[in-house]
Design a protein around this ligand. Sequence first.
Ligand code: SAH
Length: 252
Amino acid sequence: MGNAPGKVYLIGAGPGDPELLTLKAVRALGCADVVLVDDLVQRDALRHARAGARVIEVGKRGGCKSTPQAFIERLMVRLARRGCVVARLKGGDPFVFGRGGEEALALARAGITCDVIPGITAGIGVPAALGIPVTHRDVARGVTFLTGHSRDGGEPDWRALRATRTTLVIYMGMRRVAALVAGMLEAGFPADTPACAIQNGTLDAQSEVVTTLGRLPAAAAAARLGGPAILVFGEVVRYAHSAAASAAQRAA
Ligand code: SAH
């Protein structure tokens, strides 16, 4: 630590499977004095921290006890000013629904060097665990990432989204799946649009339902799916392996 200026690595840890960390993430973890870790990050990732590094849990899972964002930002600034190399480890990619942008801005305002290390975002890596290619050329013109849980409580413009003919991938949508599906049906998405929900994707605890838009809320409830989960809507979902095939693949 000493008098050398500190810095912060804003690191994406990927969707869950610890082998989906990047080489760069592993290297940055290995040189950090302090690791600030979110609760969606698998603890296995911490194996790459150096012995003696301090680990601080700053989880803020929706609805549970949380560390306020401003506190996390102040803590990073304080540690870096003291000369620490800080690894800020976040689930998926730090800039995709991860508030990484806010943290990078706070660090820039404080004059602290921040290196961003991208990670595999859940919206790509989790469908891939089922064999779903989110932009499969013949059936999707692209992919749209959405949050099911907007800060202002507003609903997405489903009609406009339908017109894009892109695969829709919804983060943080499980708790509101019935309302989201109702909005989509009302906007004219066919009830037989292929749909799936995947919980704990890429992990041993992965579970999923592959169904249609109209049946998704009941199917997800019957399978007792909860968070963290990704919802995927569109023709690309037809490429999902059967649950048995993907379980066998994970075991391999
Ligand atoms: N920055 C993260 C997203 C953080 S928001 C990223 O790029 O992936 C948290 C949401 O991500 C969860 O509510 C869920 O929708 C999704 N998510 C993260 N990990 C997941 C996993 N292993 N399986 C399913 N969904 C996951």
